[in-house]
Design a protein around this ligand. Structure first.
Ligand code: GDP
Length: 437
């Protein structure tokens, strides 16, 4: 859905990646370009403006976390804002029995298809067992027939009446559903080609007649900002509980999805990704934000680092680094923290582009060896590794069950790392960045 935005934002991010420290100037430049990208993708101009403003404020006010590069933090800010614009957490459908869903929307938006899709979703997720589809389009027999076919194919109950009075039909349908102990009833309504006051008035009467758990607008994503406008109108009249954006498979821009929540305050609950009954997906703002940024799961990585390495500990070790007093004990602490984040292979996958490094095999055994070597050192050796002479190396190798070469290699790497860290201590703090396991 967001192919256009994603491709462009990825290029913009590449532009700043590698620059290390983010300055006000390059934030401004990138944000200007992101705004243009949003507008080209048919995102509402107010949304684009507000988005840029929020990212700017947060980026400039951000305290740099020393264990991550600032590009990553900048990307995380963009990611978090994308989520907030897309609608935070999706809580799905209300958990009521019976679950009564009213589907509204323009003709051709995908209501009938979506009614069946919701039924299939409820059944596969084991939320409901006995599902009733109700056709209320009194004017179009073909629409009723279409829903009946879908109901038959998927083993759902079906109800309609050949009667002009859709309010009466709806009431009878509800009573039928109750009699049959249905735990979900999905009401498919008549839609007009354009927004019509008469149609909205009819739907309002229906809303007053039956207590619906959900009133959901089915809107065609390909209509872009027009879909947002439609949602605004329907919401003002009916008080929507959610939106289902259909035909996102044909919409490369994603402008409607990005503007919908901010402009209407109504959450997108599902997206339709094709014509088949199983082409309905829960709308996950967080996953969509990650995919827009093409960043793998960078956000989880940042959060893991934030959670695992306490700010206080980071500061303490950073101070030590500046004074060049970083010892093997500190190294061991870092190693433990790294391990507590989970298998390294999984962490690598979360790094932008990390998925492409598929064949790199991290030998976790080497880390265990490193740990064993450090643990075989005396306290003094850990703090003053320069005293480790040939015979001490042999003793450590023996004690750790490794080899003289391995001990030598670790000492060398540690020294190199210390030098590198001292050099870059002012910019960032990532002791493992240049460390070759
Ligand atoms: P209604 O008039 O609102 O009931 O719309 P329909 O359910 O009859 O759908 C109109 C057309 O859109 C049909 O050809 C559907 O197959 C198609 N359609 C519905 N949802 C999707 C979707 O998510 N993706 C695609 N590609 N087509 C869809």
């Amino acid at each position: 859905m967001f192919e256009t935005i994603s491709a462009k934002i990825n290029n913009l991010i590449k532009k700043i990646t590698g620059q290390g420290i983010i300055t006000e100037k390059n934030i401004e430049e990138v944000l200007h370009d992101i705004r243009m990208t949003f507008l080209e993708a048919d995102v509402n101009y107010k949304v684009a403006k507000e988005f840029i403003e929020r990212v700017k404020q947060k980026s400039l006010g951000q305290i740099v976390l020393k264990s991550l590069t600032s590009e990553q933090q900048f990307i995380k800010i963009i990611h978090d804002e994308l989520i907030s614009f897309l609608g935070d957490k999706n809580s799905g459908l209300k958990k009521e029995k019976p679950l009564t869903i009213l589907l509204v929307g323009l003709q051709g938006s995908g209501k009938t298809t979506t009614a069946a899709k919701i039924g299939v979703y409820l059944k596969t997720e084991k939320i409901s067992e006995k599902i009733l589809l109700i056709a209320l389009d009194t004017k179009r027999p073909a629409a009723r027939e279409q829903l009946k076919n879908l109901a038959d194919k998927n083993n759902f109950l079906f109800y309609t009446e050949n009667d002009d009075n859709f309010l009466k039909t709806a009431e009878n349908a509800y009573n039928f559903g109750m009699d049959k102990f249905c735990d979900a009833m999905i009401f498919d309504t008549a839609g007009t080609l354009h927004i019509s006051e008469e149609n909205l008035d009819d739907l309002k009467k229906l809303k007053e007649k039956i207590k619906f758990s959900e009133i959901i607008l089915v809107a065609d994503a390909m209509l872009g900002q027009e879909a947002v406008n439609i949602a605004k109108n329907f919401n003002e009249k009916l008080g929507l509980t959610g939106i289902i954006l259909t035909k996102v498979d044909g919409d490369a821009k994603g402008g409607a999805a990005l503007s919908m929540k901010y402009i209407t305050s109504v959450p997108i609950k599902f997206i339709g990704t094709g014509e088949k009954v199983n082409n309905l997906n829960l709308f996950h703002p967080d996953r969509i934000a990650s995919s827009i940024l093409g960043m793998g799961d960078i956000v989880s990585l940042v959060e893991k680092v934030q959670k695992t390495i306490s700010e206080e500990e980071t500061k303490k070790q950073f101070e030590k680094l500046k004074k060049a007093s970083f010892t093997f004990d500190d190294f061991l602490t870092q190693l433990k923290q790294l391990q507590s984040m989970g298998p390294l292979q999984d962490l690598i996958k979360m790094i932008p582009g990390g998925n492409n490094l598929g064949n790199i095999v991290i030998d976790e055994k080497n880390i265990k060896h490193t740990e064993a070597i450090i643990l075989s050192m005396t306290e003094k050796e850990r703090v003053m590794p320069e005293i480790i002479n040939e015979s001490r190396k042999r003793r450590i190798a023996h004690g750790s069950g490794t080899s003289y070469e391995k001990v030598n290699k670790l000492l060398k790497q540690f020294n190199q790392m210390k030098k590198l860290l001292k050099k870059s201590a002012k910019e960032k703090f990532n002791p493992f960045k240049n460390f070759n396991f």
